[in-house]
Design a protein around this ligand. Structure first.
Ligand code: CP
Ligand code: NVA
Length: 302
């Protein structure tokens, strides 16, 4: 049976532990210049319906470092962009490559690809979830705080795809999540219910100060996710009280770390002062995309 990684819940709690351990080993091996070619002769097809810096580079470099190869595929250059069905694309790609990574406008495209492909499909971001990001976030929290269970994460801003994956991840990690967002920009209530029904502690409110009170981690993301650019003006106004600045950070635990999946919009959801401070772990967080995705590729392909 092929395995996919469409949602963060496509792995179990034990598998997550193994993945993080493998990621840390791979990071150390890379530091000392050791690159065992575990994926030689394997190829990853990467379909990007939206822009990317981190996801594209980390998957491409990751495959190279594992001895394999990655193909960047722009749907506009593929027959997919001229109406070839996803299911046909899935079947054809299954004959050529070893796995597919897709960044899609609609989550439905990711699930459809996974259903019809005979090879693993990885979600590189959809409108619903960003599971690879949350893997890197978990690794980063473990590195900096040396624990994950009962870590309190305050999510401040838009209840978006990254927030949704964070919510679901509490089922695997035991992290506690406090969300502060404007009422019309809540994350998936279905995911919150699902997490709560598994015993997770998720608080949902509108007050950023209440959310960060005593938090171990303060996390945010853009107010304008890809695909919502035409709402920028309106969103900038509505989200203004949700900026992560030094004043807000002063309400978190004294040693709290600040996380952002990037790209950041400095002066909007986060200030220069915060992102460039010693509290910010965003560069480690970005780097860890490489290590966790290499571990994920090994799990799916080796
Ligand atoms: N965090 C993240 O996924 O970044 P990119 O959009 O640059 O891939
Ligand atoms: N929420 C953002 C994440 C970018 C990595 C978006 O979907 O655009």
């Amino acid at each position: 049976m092929k395995k996919d990684f469409v949602s963060i819940l496509d792995i179990s709690r034990d598998e997550l532990g193994e993945l993080i351990a493998t990621s840390r080993r791979l990071k150390e091996e890379r530091r000392v210049g050791v690159f065992p070619p575990h994926l030689s002769q394997k190829t990853l097809g990467m379909i990007f319906e939206k822009s990317s810096t981190r996801t594209r580079i980390s998957f491409e470099v990751g495959m190279y470092e594992l001895g394999g190869h990655a193909l960047f595929l722009n749907p506009k250059d593929m027959q997919l962009g001229r109406g070839e069905a996803i299911r046909d694309t899935a079947r054809v790609m299954s004959r050529f490559v070893s796995a597919i990574m897709i960044r899609a406008n609609s989550h439905q495209s990711v699930t459809e690809l996974a259903v019809h492909a005979d090879i693993p499909v990885i979600n590189g971001l959809s409108d619903c979830e960003h599971p690879c990001q949350i893997l890197a976030d978990i690794m980063t929290i473990v590195e900096h705080l040396h624990r994950i269970e009962k870590v309190t994460v305050a999510w401040v801003g838009d209840g978006n795809n990254v927030c949704n994956s964070l919510i679901l991840s509490t089922i695997l990690t035991g992290m506690e999540v406090r969300i502060a967002c404007p009422p019309q920009y809540k994350p998936s209530l279905e995911y919150i219910e699902q997490a709560r029904s598994e015993g997770a502690i998720i608080e949902l409110g509108e007050d950023p100060i209440a959310a960060v009170q005593n938090a171990d981690v303060v996390m945010t993301d853009t107010w304008v996710s890809m695909g919502h650019e035409e709402e920028t003006k309106e969103r900038e106004k509505i989200f203004a009280p949700y900026q992560v600045n030094m004043d807000l950070l002063s309400h978190a635990k004294p040693g709290a770390i600040v996380m952002h999946c990037l790209p950041a919009h400095r002066g909007s959801e986060i200030t220069d002062e915060v992102i460039d401070s010693s509290r910010s772990v965003v560069w480690d967080q970005a780097e860890n995309r490489l290590h966790v995705q290499k571990a994920l590729l090994l799990r799916l392909l080796a």
